[in-house]
Write a protein that binds this ligand. Structure first.
Ligand SMILES: Cc1cc2nc3c(=O)[nH]c(=O)nc-3n(C[C@H](O)[C@H](O)[C@H](O)COP(=O)(O)OP(=O)(O)OC[C@H]3O[C@@H](n4cnc5c(N)ncnc54)[C@H](O)[C@@H]3O)c2cc1C
Length: 462
């Protein structure tokens, strides 16, 4: 692929501030890849706009020069979407970090694309609200990256995924035109909802520059339970039972299978909340508005679950400190797994009634490909979403085997980590030819020169 031309760079130098353009040795190697485990190319140019108008200037010039760009937020993506390919210029949103004040009447906040998720969460909290998405990479992942990947996380059960939190998006199209929908209107049926085009489309249709985000009332009571369970079936039964018994009080329902739980606690030197003697563990919590009754209702429901044999053992948080300490076990799963070094990391979703059948078939198939493979499984059971990580010498063959089982069970090969570069060869397992053709048409209409994140999700030629 051709190098970015001197002419393009000098053209941009005349339009952007000095800090907006990094070239050659000034470029830190961290701009080359994301956290998906494969090394990217070292970019020759990194563009760091400060304003939406800068992004518009950059895209106009790059489009005229047919210069491909890779868009970067916090580079915490796990599918290679922000990884640099040869010849690409990096467009990093890291300097677009303005965060507006909370609009308390409408319960909204406007954030620039480079704002870290945690900053938006903290600003909402200080104003008496909660932001509905939480993920382990909250400190580094950005609002723009979250929108482009339609991030999920531990609160989807209660508030929905990122799409549900977005009232409107401002984005710059490949030709430099700006489309903006930041009025914060809950209802606006005036033609196509362009904002939704940019949510989950992995930067292939436009560059997200700002968003109007929805906030929720901050809960005033909360408690989390760590439960040991005899089987996945009992975990499903517990989910169904707590949903019926607690309604919207139920806020999270995460699963951790062994050996991950016992290996992780041992390796990180953690004290297990209960003796680790069962194959399945669940972290489940409530968030409500009635402190005098919520925790009692939760404790009674868990007591009933133990009596009915769904739960073998459980610990419930009695303070904010215990709440945070139990939830930290969920983030510890990522810490432990990242520490194990390169591994196959899949993120699949299944229809809940077929999850058990999937797991049994996947294990058998995986073992037939690599008998020494070791899997570590955890995830957002409330959303039918499992993070399926495998230490294996044959990652490609195991991925193909497990994805085949996902397709057979009617699931999705990517629940929340998207397709990026890493999973595009499997896209056909989750999307039909007609769907992929429609996606290509949309891409061609909005980015005819294929300059925005080319080759992510799918290639333009079949
Ligand atoms: C420890 C850990 C835990 C995680 N937990 C979760 C989880 O629970 N749920 C979940 O969904 N994900 C999770 N992730 C994955 C990752 O954090 C999310 O995908 C996140 O939304 C990526 O945000 P980012 O700013 O880092 O984006 P990047 O990695 O920089 O980019 C991701 C994609 O979005 C595009 N992009 C970035 N910014 C823009 C923009 N402004 N406009 C257009 N396109 C853009 C990029 O080109 C790329 O294709 C986790 C990752 C880690 C490391």
């Amino acid at each position: 692929m051709a190098k970015p031309t001197e002419q393009l760079i000098s053209q941009l130098q005349s339009r952007l501030d000095r800090a907006a353009i990094l070239v050659g040795e000034a470029i830190d190697p961290r701009y080359g890849d994301d956290l998906s485990g494969k090394p990217g190319e070292r970019p020759e140019v990194v563009l760091r706009p400060r304003y939406t108008s800068d992004v518009a200037e950059i895209l106009k010039a790059c489009n005229a020069a047919c210069q491909p760009l890779v868009i970067q937020g916090g580079r915490t993506g796990l599918s290679g979407g922000a990884r640099v390919l040869a010849g690409e210029v990096v467009l990093s949103l890291e300097r677009m970090t303005s965060l507006g004040e909370v609009e308390t009447t409408a319960s909204t906040i406007i954030a620039e694309a480079g704002v870290p998720l945690q900053a938006a969460q903290e600003k909402a909290d200080a104003a008496g609200f909660v932001f509905g998405v939480d993920i382990g990479a909250r400190g580094t992942a950005t609002i723009g990256g979250n929108i482009s990947t339609n991030a999920g996380g531990i609160r989807v059960l209660r508030y929905g995924n990122f799409r549900t939190q977005v009232l409107g998006v401002e984005a710059v199209l490949a030709d430099g035109s700006v489309v903006s929908s930041l009025k914060g209107l809950a209802k606006d049926n005036t033609g196509y909802d362009l904002s939704h085009l940019f949510i989950g489309s992995e930067g292939t249709l436009g560059v997200v520059t700002r968003a109007c985000l929805r906030l929720h009332p901050k809960p005033i009571s909360q408690a989390v339970a760590f439960c040991a369970l005899p089987s996945l079936e009992k975990a499903m039964a517990l989910l169904q039972f707590l949903r019926a018994r607690l309604g919207t009080l139920l806020s999270g329902f995460e699963i951790i299978f062994d050996p991950l739980m016992s290996e992780m606690t041992e390796a990180l030197g953690l004290q297990a909340p209960v003796p680790l003697t069962t194959p399945v563990y669940v972290l489940t919590d409530i968030q409500g508005m009635s402190p005098e009754t919520d925790e009692t209702v939760f404790a009674e429901a868990l007591g009933q679950a133990i009596e009915d044999g769904m739960v073998s053992d459980a610990v419930v948080s009695q303070s904010e400190r215990e709440f945070q300490a139990l939830w930290a076990l969920r983030d510890d799963c990522n810490t432990y797994l990242f520490g194990l070094g390169p591994m196959l990391s899949l993120d699949v979703s299944l229809p809940l009634p077929r999850m058990g059948e999937f797991l049994a078939r996947a294990r058998t198939t995986q073992n037939s490909v690599d008998a020494t493979a070791r899997d570590y499984i955890f995830g957002h059971l409330g959303d039918g979403n499992l993070h399926y990580c495998v230490v294996t010498e044959r990652p490609d063959a195991v991925a193909e085997a497990v994805f085949g089982c996902v397709a057979q069970a009617g699931g999705s090969i990517s629940a929340e980590h998207c397709i990026g570069l890493n999973k595009k060869s499997y896209l056909h397992l989750s999307r039909s030819d007609a769907e992929i053709t429609a996606m290509r048409r949309m891409k061609a209409a909005l980015d005819p020169n294929n300059i925005l994140n080319p080759g992510r999700i799918f290639d333009m030629s079949a």
